[in-house]
Design a protein. Structure first.
Length: 189
């Protein structure tokens, strides 16, 4: 299908908050224990209102129901919900810092149908328009294949420390974003 992501609004938050745990507990289960997933819900897997306020968070709907979400950021945080921050993140300089891909979740009944890919394409288009030259993300083990298939290279694997002494293995990934070739075409006149 040809999915058309739309920008999320603040009044979408309650539906996003319902989608996140459903997506995590279903799609991350082959890679993480239930204890790891539950400990990560909120601090790692959670809504970041700053993304919505910045106009960089997208949704895909089917019959009015949110079935996927994800976004990008021009700010310092690379993952996590807003409950762990006291205020807005500082903005990054696109000339020297990578943009961030953030918070992708898809309903289990709609997984592997191109929803994540469509949101990723929308993000990369916006990142290019914002003049970033590269993009970075922290992938879950379940999400790593999607990003790798889209040209992201693994930089390092590491563990995010969670409550209760638990850890969540993740992979930091990066991709160069070439400038829009249309910007460099000479005027044929």
């Amino acid at each position: 299908m040809n999915w058309n992501p739309r920008l999320a609004q603040l009044d979408d938050i309650s539906a996003i908050e319902q989608l996140i745990p459903q997506s995590v507990l279903a799609l991350q289960a082959p890679y993480y224990s239930e204890a790891q997933m539950c400990a990560a819900l909120g601090p790692v897997f959670g809504v970041d209102r700053q993304l919505i306020e910045d106009g960089t968070y997208y949704l895909v709907e089917n019959d009015g129901r949110i079935i996927g979400c994800g976004g990008w950021s021009r700010r310092k945080s690379i993952f996590g919900g807003d409950q762990c921050r006291a205020g807005p993140d500082p903005e990054l300089n696109p000339a020297c810092a990578p943009a961030r891909i953030r918070a992708f979740f898809v309903h289990q009944d709609w997984a592997r149908r191109g929803i994540g890919r469509s949101i990723l394409v929308a993000c990369e288009t916006a990142i290019r328009a914002a003049n970033f030259r590269s993009v970075e993300l922290v992938a879950t083990l379940a999400g790593e294949p999607l990003y790798a298939s889209h040209g992201y290279a693994a930089i390092e694997g590491y563990d995010i420390n969670l409550n209760g002494g638990l850890q969540l293995p993740v992979v930091r990934m990066r991709k160069s974003i070439p400038p829009d070739p249309e910007l460099y075409r000479s005027d044929p006149r």
